[in-house]
Ligand binder design. Structure first.
Ligand code: FE2
Ligand code: FE2
Length: 273
């Protein structure tokens, strides 16, 4: 495995066929060995068709996690089940189920949907109302505290899964890629070249995951990991620990594109300057 095409937030249900065709050609021109997608693929009614579209863009492995938009108009459990069934039939890997991918060259990959947990700075004081609260069955019609409790539960689940996954992966791999939808640190919540304000940050940060990854990174100073995420649609890089970096990928509704080509054979695999 050498060249991995990473795509975040393609929102294929917002794109016209011409835009999807341009995207397909861009991926083909990069000739990747594998495709990695970090969520917000399409709202639930179009999700499986969009996964089919992505699957057809590479001959090699296809790994992905889901984002909040992928659950719109359905429940989290039902969407996850349908995606699991789809992945089993299409030789794709839904990373949230805990699979660890050996990328060769001492690199491994793990991932999880993740969720914003409202813990920074304060969900209750935020004036932002995300469509999640209306369009995801688990959250719809619930009061603010109940919604926040569920957000925390979802984020905690991702922190447990990726924390344990990273710990055991570090016994075998020197460098890890961690794919998730929501940035795990407020410093990685880029939007328009700036860090999100106090109203957006609670909806854009998975604090539980960040704490767990940072703690694991400190315990394994000879290992390093890079988190690949999206969700904010802004682009930036954040160094959380000397051996833990977060890359937040940009996105634009209606214009899916290749976020980054990761070349594990290159001197600088993530193309960081
Ligand atoms: Fe998105
Ligand atoms: Fe998102």
């Amino acid at each position: 495995m050498r060249r991995i095409a990473w795509v975040t937030d393609p929102h294929l249900d917002h794109a016209l066929p011409e835009a999807i065709e341009r995207f397909r050609k861009e991926i083909a021109a990069a000739s990747p060995d594998a495709l990695l997608v970090t969520g917000d693929i399409a709202e639930s009614v179009r999700l499986l068709a969009s996964l089919d579209e992505l699957r057809s863009m590479v001959d090699g492995p296809f790994w992905f996690c889901l984002g909040n938009h992928d659950f719109y108009y359905d429940s989290i459990a039902r969407v996850r089940d349908s995606v699991r069934e789809w992945a089993a039939k299409r030789e794709a890997v839904y990373l949230t189920d805990g699979e660890r991918i050996d990328l060769g060259r001492d690199w491994g990959l793990i991932g999880h949907d993740g969720w914003a947990d409202g813990r920074t700075p304060d969900f209750v004081r935020s004036l932002v109302f995300m469509h999640d609260a209306r369009l995801i069955a688990d959250l719809a019609g619930k009061d603010r505290q109940t919604r926040w409790d569920l957000m925390k539960e979802l984020a905690d689940e991702s922190a447990r899964s990726l924390g344990a996954g990273l710990e055991s992966a570090f016994e075998r791999f020197r460098s890890m890629l961690i794919a998730t939808h929501v940035p795990p640190f407020r410093g990685a919540c880029w939007y328009d070249g700036r860090i999100s304000d106090d109203h957006w940050a609670p909806h854009f940060t998975n604090v539980a995951l960040g704490e767990r990854l940072a703690e694991t990174a400190r315990r394994f100073p000879s290992r390093d990991s890079t988190v690949l995420c999206g969700h904010t649609h802004g682009s930036g890089r954040f160094v959380a620990e000397p051996n833990l970096t977060v890359i937040t990928g940009p996105a634009e509704y209606g214009r899916p594109f290749l976020t980054r080509l990761i070349d594990l054979g290159a001197a600088n695999p993530l193309g960081e300057s």
